[in-house]
Design a protein around this ligand. Structure first.
Ligand code: SF4
Length: 249
């Protein structure tokens, strides 16, 4: 499948993003579900923010497809949370897997590639499978917040994603970490117990460690390496005509 948004539609997307900048996460999710229908998907990594969005989608019965990138290297607690969320909200969270299993990757690229070439490992286990999956949709929902990283500081509620070439919906873009946790606790939403054990940001087991008091929330990801992102969230632009990139470009 290919994306079906036209250039005028992507320009409208940027206008919608500006108009929705003061909307609540639920209002943004409802708008996206109405606007994109079955061409909308949510890629979750089961972080605290992702659990908020699954709660909103599940409790309000929004018709939104949900999937996760199962690298084969997630924490047992993450796999358990995945099942608990499905049961709690009576929904299915699809798994999207890399082309090769961890063992197959080791056979072709050597054991524990993440210790030598983390970017290559993320590309094969996360970025490529995500790109292939998103090629069947017109927009994807993410759980990013502006105050998480410098690269996310300019994100809009709805915007064009130049990296994957489709719309990107960020319902929690204006929320703070405090608002996220207030929502989780107030609504008794299942979340990863590792968050209570010093892991504010959780990815694959080999590349995730605890953080000390005062450290950045993402300091435990790829500790000791300059890498801070999987490569899933490129810096955003407002519209394809401004970035010279789009589905009809
Ligand atoms: S987070 Fe680590 S193990 Fe997971 S895909 Fe990236 S480099 Fe590989």
């Amino acid at each position: 499948m290919t994306h079906t948004l036209t250039r005028p539609e992507t320009t409208q997307l940027a206008e919608s993003g500006r108009a929705l900048d003061t909307a609540t996460p639920l209002e943004i999710l409802r708008w996206a579900a109405d606007r994109f229908g079955s061409r909308l998907t949510f890629a979750t990594g089961f972080g605290a923010e992702g659990c908020v969005l699954i709660d909103l989608i599940g409790r309000h019965r929004l018709p939104v497809d949900i999937f996760t990138l199962d690298t084969g290297l997630l924490f047992p607690e993450t796999y358990d949370l995945w099942r608990r969320l499905e049961q709690r909200y009576a929904l299915t969270i699809r798994d999207v897997r890399p082309e090769r299993t961890v063992d197959e990757q080791a056979a072709t690229h050597g054991a524990e590639l993440w210790t030598r070439h983390a970017d290559q490992c993320c590309e094969m286990r996360k970025v490529s499978p995500l790109a292939a999956e998103l090629s069947g949709f017109d927009a994807w929902i993410t759980a990013i917040r502006r105050d998480q990283t410098a690269g996310r500081a300019d994100a809009l509620a709805v915007e064009w994603d130049p990296k994957f070439g489709l719309g990107k919906v960020n319902p929690l873009v204006r929320w703070t970490k405090k608002e996220v946790w207030s929502h989780l606790l107030r609504n008794d939403v299942p979340y990863n117990p590792l968050h209570d054990r010093g892991y504010p940001s959780i990815g694959c087991v080999p590349c995730t460690s605890t953080v000390a008091a005062g450290e950045d929330d993402r300091a435990g990801r790829w500790r000791g390496a300059p890498k801070t992102e999987c490569g899933l969230h490129a810096p955003m632009v407002a519209a394809p005509h401004e970035a010279n990139a789009g589905p009809s470009a």
